[in-house]
Design a protein around this ligand. Structure first.
Ligand code: ATP
Length: 471
């Protein structure tokens, strides 16, 4: 086992053991490509999303947010090209019949059964999950036949065996068929007219949305990195066609700042300009931001210049005029789009991989610690009485806990086991501060504050705790 594989396994195990992330439907044997967030995972994920919203939306003067439905009219996916082109090349091993994404494996050998030259030629596999709206199912296919062929069938004598030539029939797509959205972006394009009609923002402006997306990945793998259900955070930034390059460059810088803000080291992120043949069908320029994961260097988020591809398609398929009229020149045009697209799971995985540390402390003890940014740590402070059966200590600890809980919210009370065990638990979920109420507290109103990264302890007066605990 390579060091990186074992590091991934340790992270997967820690996140399960400490209630961050569980395999989806685990109790029934799981469902590949799905993951459930436990109490710690939810807090981490929510903090990350809130931070993203603060940085990219609330602190900008020209950004709006929407929250569109996951189920949309199937025309959305015809207009966007997803029904035709949202595919990955798939190969099947002729020996073990497992299926793989052709561009992600060495095609000379099957990764499962290890047979050589095992693959048939690649087929395009559409990644969208189908579903049916209303009380119908996939079986309700619509079969169409022309009157002449039908009359021929009916003209056969009663009692005679009827021969039906299925070539005379054609099936029509079930009108109730639609898809779980494979990206949040289209919800923004379909609401572009609503935004203009109601708000008419100055150009350039952005519309952001985060929420679940679904892709029937051929081989989900690498923990949460490639999931079938995941959370995207996307921005469609609308610009005058002449300004796209300037805006694109601006976004590159903003995204670099974002990764620093959440605590990813500068040298752990690389920018890769995607070659023309590898770009998505809608993009004229794409930069993949890549993170050095233990599984290798992989895309953490993307930045794409989508031109006017999407808005033009919405116009064509909806027959609505959704051009933007410039407020100064009165000139009408279809805005072009710069799209920064982030995935929560890939950012979480990067944060967890970078934060995971095994180390030996000065006293010789070993520990696992998640060195997460304070802003993201699920719990900021743990409050403990040194001994849980000493009423005088418990009373003060409870009072501090209740007080801090109101102001700092991400505060936990822990009186289980000895103090060493509490520190280990706090370290493993990345808690920056542990406060302990001990006998000295009774004399001088100070508590011990133990810092996660240095494991150093200090005495701090109870009355100055709120200023002391830096978020
Ligand atoms: P890949 O090439 O790895 O399949 P992609 O280029 O198809 O990814 P995009 O369509 O650009 O991905 O999606 C934007 C972002 O959404 C990605 O950068 C990633 O963070 C996230 N994302 C996409 N697919 C998945 C997935 N299956 N699981 C988790 N996150 C995903």
């Amino acid at each position: 086992m390579s060091n990186n594989t074992s590091l991934m396994e340790k992270i997967v195990s820690l996140t399960k053991r400490r209630g961050f992330i569980f395999p989806g439907s685990d109790i029934y044997g799981g469902l590949s490509g799905t993951w459930d967030y436990g109490p710690m995972g939810v807090l981490l994920k929510q903090k990350l999303i809130n931070l993203w919203q603060d940085f990219f939306v609330l602190s900008q003067s020209n950004m709006l947010m929407i929250d569109s439905a996951i189920l949309m009219n199937p025309k959305v996916w015809q207009a966007s090209g997803h029904t035709e082109t949202f595919t990955d090349p798939m190969v099947e091993c002729q020996f073990c019949h497992n299926r793989f994404r052709a561009d992600k494996i060495d095609l000379k050998i099957c990764p499962i059964c290890k047979k050589t030259n095992p693959f048939s030629s690649a087929k395009n596999f559409n990644l969208m999950f189908q579903t049916f709206v209303g009380p119908v199912s996939q079986d309700d296919q619509i079969l169409k036949i022309n009157r002449h062929d039908l009359e021929e069938i009916l003209s056969q004598q009663p009692g005679e065996e009827i021969n039906i030539n299925y070539d005379n029939f054609r099936t029509e797509k079930n009108p109730n068929l639609t898809y779980l959205r494979p990206e949040t972006a289209q919800g923004i394009f379909t609401n572009f007219k609503n935004i203009i009609d109601v708000f008419y923002p100055d150009m350039p402006f952005g519309v952001a949305q985060f929420g679940k997306s679904f892709r029937n990945e051929i081989s989900p793998r690498d923990f949460i990195f490639r999931s079938r259900e995941f959370e995207q955070l996307e921005i469609e930034y609308f610009v005058h066609p002449e300004d796209w390059q300037k805006s694109f460059d601006h976004w590159v810088e903003l995204i670099k700042q974002w990764y620093q803000l959440i605590g990813l080291k500068k040298n752990s992120i690389d920018l890769l300009e995607v070659a023309e043949g590898d770009r998505a069908h809608y993009s004229k320029k794409t930069i993949d931001f890549e993170f050095n994961y233990p599984i290798g260097k992989e895309e953490i988020s993307g930045l794409a210049y989508r031109t006017d591809f999407d808005l033009r398609n919405v116009i064509n398929f909806s027959n609505k005029n959704i051009e933007y009229r410039d407020k100064k020149t009165n000139q009408s045009f279809i805005p072009h789009v710069i799209e920064p697209s982030f995935g929560v799971e890939r950012m979480l995985m990067a944060l967890l991989c970078q934060a995971y540390t095994e180390e030996t402390l000065e006293d010789g003890s070993q520990r696992i610690v998640l060195k997460l940014n304070n802003k993201l740590a699920p719990i900021l402070v743990v409050v403990s009485p040194l001994l849980k059966n000493q009423q005088s200590l418990v009373e003060i600890a409870q009072r501090i806990f209740q007080d801090l809980k109101q102001s700092l919210k991400y505060v936990q009370y822990d009186d289980n086991g000895n103090i060493g065990k509490r520190y280990r638990r706090a370290d493993e979920i990345g808690t920056p501060y542990c406060l302990t109420v001990d006998f000295q507290t009774l004399d001088d109103q100070t508590v011990t504050v133990r810092h996660r990264d240095s494991a150093k302890q200090e005495r701090v007066n109870i009355s100055s705790l709120k200023e002391y605990l830096v978020i």
